[in-house]
Design a protein around this ligand. Structure first.
Ligand code: ATP
Ligand code: MG
Length: 417
């Protein structure tokens, strides 16, 4: 993105114009070197946060205590952070103290991995004191400094290590991996939200299975409240891993659903909650799992027409978007060499053949029904409307107001409502 690069160059120029040092730093330098798309560009400077704040028109003091100021430029936001060192890591979590320093190398030293501890100057010069470029060339993740100390300081780095290895297809340096195995029990101290953010990135990546395998190999699941491998379900988890290849469903939450299915977890709700998923994401995953259950528990030994009606009922309950995602999930199972729960082309054809896919599309509204039958609203309405919806959706009754009213009246008489 040219705008993104231009804006950040502008920010760096302004800082330098005032006599300060400024560099691109961290993930964007790594991604640029690797030829990956850069999504955000962080800047590091020796200017103190108040100084940075005073130099730009559109600035937000997002984290002054940690030295971070957000600068808005050319419609993009840039985090500009003062060179700093971190101290007083307590409980294997965030540092309790930061100190601003005047030497970029000291700032780079606090960063987690050699590939993330590089800075790039406007003139193209790299500041790469720990051999980040050479590790990238060798496809290696390596801690800056003593890995044992670095993982001890902040246990989240272990998950980040695996996340990067998984997303980039890199190996983990021997001493880094050994330290990870030694420090893994400290993971339990880290806030779930931070872990989930990293796992979301792992799960969204090109090869989540690799990350999950590393988590298993490192036995990290014994120390984190993760939905997979979840305590007591380790063996299910292990056997589920080869059964899921998760690079094909586009949406990360469909991948999580696939994983939970693979783990055969009896109830996903407590796990998803523990895992601090938002309600919106939790609902989506739960609906996918519910659809799976509704289908698999009722579809054995049905005739084709019965199966079609069951499928249509499932679609109406789950909603079309969920049904479409569920079919993607089945597709992923099939691609992985597994057996999908449904005949995918058949279900797709049934789905696209539905003349009505939700109550909103039904040619009879609740009010329309009330005035047609001359009754007051009540609990009798909902099942009746559902019945009409199913008939219209399956083509047994046309989606036509008159026909639907006729059917409603017939049901009311037949069933003595
Ligand atoms: P991504 O491309 O996924 O955003 P990233 O490397 O930019 O990856 P961020 O979480 O955005 O990751 O962090 C930005 C930079 O801050 C990292 O490149 C690294 O230098 C440093 N950093 C982030 N988290 C840690 C940590 N837990 N310990 C040490 N340094 C960290
Ligand atoms: Mg980043």
């Amino acid at each position: 993105d040219k705008d993104l690069a231009d804006g950040s160059a502008q920010v760096i120029s302004i800082l330098q114009g005032e006599g300060h040092e400024a560099f691109w730093v961290g993930g964007c330098v790594r991604d640029e070197y690797m030829g990956r798309t850069v999504n955000d560009m962080d800047i590091t400077t020796n200017a103190l946060p108040e100084v940075t704040l005073s130099l730009f028109e559109k600035v937000i003091p997002t984290g002054m205590k940690h030295g971070t100021v957000t600068v808005l430029m050319h419609g993009h936001a840039y985090e500009v952070t003062t060179y700093r060192i971190e101290k007083g890591y307590e409980d294997h979590r965030r540092p309790s103290e930061v100190e601003f320093v005047d030497d970029i190398e000291k700032d780079l030293r606090r960063r987690d991995f050699t590939m993330n501890a590089m800075a790039l100057a406007m003139d193209g010069r790299f500041v790469d004191p720990f051999g980040g470029r050479s590790d990238i060339d060798d496809r290696l993740i390596r801690c800056v400094g003593d890995p044992k100390v670095r993982f001890q300081e902040d246990a989240l780095r272990m998950i980040r290590c695996i996340r990067f290895a998984s997303n980039f297809g890199f190996m983990i340096a021997k001493d880094t991996w050994a330290a990870l195995l030694e420090q893994r029990s400290t993971l339990g101290w880290v806030a779930m939200e931070r872990i989930r953010t990293e796992l979301d990135k792992l799960m969204s990546g090109p090869d989540p299975l690799r990350g999950l395998e590393l988590i298993r190999e490192g036995r990290l699941y014994e120390h984190v409240k993760m939905p997979f491998p979840y305590r007591g379900h380790q063996s299910a988890y292990i056997s589920a891993i080869p059964a899921v290849r998760m690079s094909s469903p586009e949406q990360v939450d469909v991948r999580y659903a696939l994983l939970l299915l693979g783990c055969r977890i009896p109830s996903s709700t407590p796990l998803l909650r523990q895992w601090t998923f938002s309600n919106r994401r939790m609902e989506l995953i739960k609906k996918l799992l519910q659809l799976q259950e509704a289908w698999t528990e009722n579809s054995e030994g049905l005739t084709s027409e019965q199966a079609r009606l069951l499928w249509i009922r499932c679609v109406l309950i789950a909603g079309e978007p969920i049904a479409a995602l569920w079919l993607e999930l089945q597709q992923a199972v099939q691609t992985a060499g597994g057996t999908p729960a449904v005949d995918i082309p058949q279900a797709r054809a049934w789905l696209s053949g539905m003349p009505v896919k939700s109550l909103r599309e039904l040619a009879l509204t609740g009010d329309g029904l009330l005035s047609a039958v001359g009754r007051r609203g009540g609990p009798w309405m909902k099942p009746l409307l559902s019945h009409l919806l199913l008939l219209a959706a399956s083509g047994q009754v046309g989606n036509d107001t008159t026909l639907l009213i006729e059917e409603a009246k017939r049901v009311i008489i037949d069933e003595g409502i």
